[in-house]
Design a protein around this ligand. Structure first.
Ligand code: PLP
Length: 412
């Protein structure tokens, strides 16, 4: 007979109690996995029973630098020691100016506004579009968004999210939005009229199943925007911050947006987002037009500033490109090994997806990986597994992930 480790038994009891309490207390808009994490280090998380999980989800593409990065920890501690976590935007604060300078440099943009989340960054971007066209005598302009896109859950962002299932219960949403088909330029052209003011899309669709924009499409959309004085808004909340192998995914294509949004990996876990604009769009909104109580406070900005330093010093985008190439090979191998299960493999850098065939229970694969193999994977749509690990993973972690996923797929 094997004796179970006491701490694991105790951990399981604590875990189960917390899951039960969580069910009672927290508003149920999520279907959560019955695992409660207690601490983390590098690219691993540890549950209440001290079991170690390999993380290929990064808290949904957030923890780009993984966990317990010393430079990030130091930045947090030193801002806490200063006692200055928040001042409001009635005052300037140095961390916001520093983080802003670094972000503008990396993004080639002219102005930045810090928000608390991705969805708020989208709200700001939409307001720029409306304000920009209002200034030009075109109030209430129409905005073209993409089917199968995801831009967030607040009402403005939900209005441009091309997903009936998310939208329907909350209609009517923001008026003046039309939906084109991603990577189909003609479908965009067909929607443009004299009152169209902006086009919003993800450079690489994330929640919609990991679909990178084709070069022809994104260049065509850029040209269309130039031709009709419409703003191009690129949502880089998931695919930005190094994940695509460039600091921002649009930098792969040689096109530049007028407005872009970032969030997720910008704070490596502290809640921060931003919208950025260049050219005329950078001065469309006037004092009084937009605001946020917390947005850009010294605490979160000191962290974002340190994140941006690490990205530069450690050449994180280059590392993501390199590891992405290796992940690409490994996922191709799996696709070849399981032709009856896997339908497609897409993505670039460390944002890749495996689409499974009709009838394969992707939810079960993800949940078996978690509970049987202690591997954290997340799905996109109902049929795709999305690989968005911390950007600091090494080849050994990719090998480890592949072996674990292979065992789960082999057992189907
Ligand atoms: C996650 C995400 C958002 C929303 O960000 P939140 O911080 O959850 O509000 C918007 N756009 C894209 C592409 C995302 O992946």
């Amino acid at each position: 007979m094997r004796f179970m480790d006491d701490s694991i038994v105790k951990g399981t009891v604590v875990n189960d109690r917390l899951v039960k309490e969580g069910e009672e207390v927290l508003y149920k808009t999520y279907n959560r996995f019955p695992v409660v994490f207690d601490h983390a280090d590098g690219v691993y998380l540890f549950d209440e029973g001290d079991n170690r999980y390999l993380d290929f989800g990064a808290g949904i593409a957030v923890c780009g630098l993984g966990y317990k990065n010393l430079l990030i920890q130091d930045a947090m501690v030193s801002q806490i020691e200063k006692g200055l976590l928040h001042t409001s935007n009635l005052f300037y604060n140095e961390p916001a100016i520093e983080a802003g300078e670094k972000l503008l440099k990396a993004s080639e943009m002219d102005k930045v506004f810090f928000t608390n989340s991705g969805t708020e960054a989208i709200e700001g971007a939409l307001k720029i579009a409306r304000r920009y066209q209002f200034n030009k005598g075109k109030p209430g302009c129409e905005i073209i968004a993409m089917k199968d896109s995801f831009h967030g859950r607040s009402v403005g962002a939900l209005s441009v999210t091309g997903n009936q299932h998310y939208q329907e219960p909350f209609a009517p949403l923001m008026p003046g939005i039309k939906f084109a088909t991603f990577n189909d330029l003609d479908s965009v052209k067909a929607l443009v009229n004299a009152n169209t003011g902006a086009i919003i899309m993800e450079t690489i669709q994330g929640e919609g199943g990991i679909y990178p924009a084709t070069e022809e499409f994104i260049k065509g959309v850029r040209a269309l925007c130039d031709e009709h004085d419409m703003l191009l808004i690129l949502d880089e909340i998931q695919c930005g911050m190094g994940r695509s192998g460039r600091m921002f995914a649009w930098q792969r294509y040689g096109v530049k947006p007028d407005v872009m949004t970032v969030a997720k990996a910008l704070g490596n876990g502290v809640p921060i987002g931003a919208f950025l604009a260049c050219g005329e769009a950078a001065s469309a909104m006037k004092p009084g037009d937009h605001g946020s109580t917390y947005g850009g406070n010294p605490f979160v900005c000191s962290v974002a500033s340190a994140v941006l330093d690490v990205f530069k010093e450690a050449e994180i985008p280059q590392h993501a490109e390199l590891m992405g190439g290796y992940l690409d090979e490994k996922l191709e191998d799996l696709k070849e090994k399981y032709p009856s299960l896997i339908a497609d493999h897409r993505g670039v850098g460390l944002i890749q997806g495996l689409e499974f065939k009709e009838g394969v229970d992707v939810g079960k694969i993800v949940s078996d990986c978690l509970t049987k193999e202690h591997l954290i994977l997340i799905s996109a749509l109902h049929n795709t597994i999305r690989f968005v690990p911390p950007l600091v993973i090494e080849k050994t972690h990719i090998d480890e992930m592949t072996a674990r996923l292979d065992r789960v797929l082999g057992s189907l």
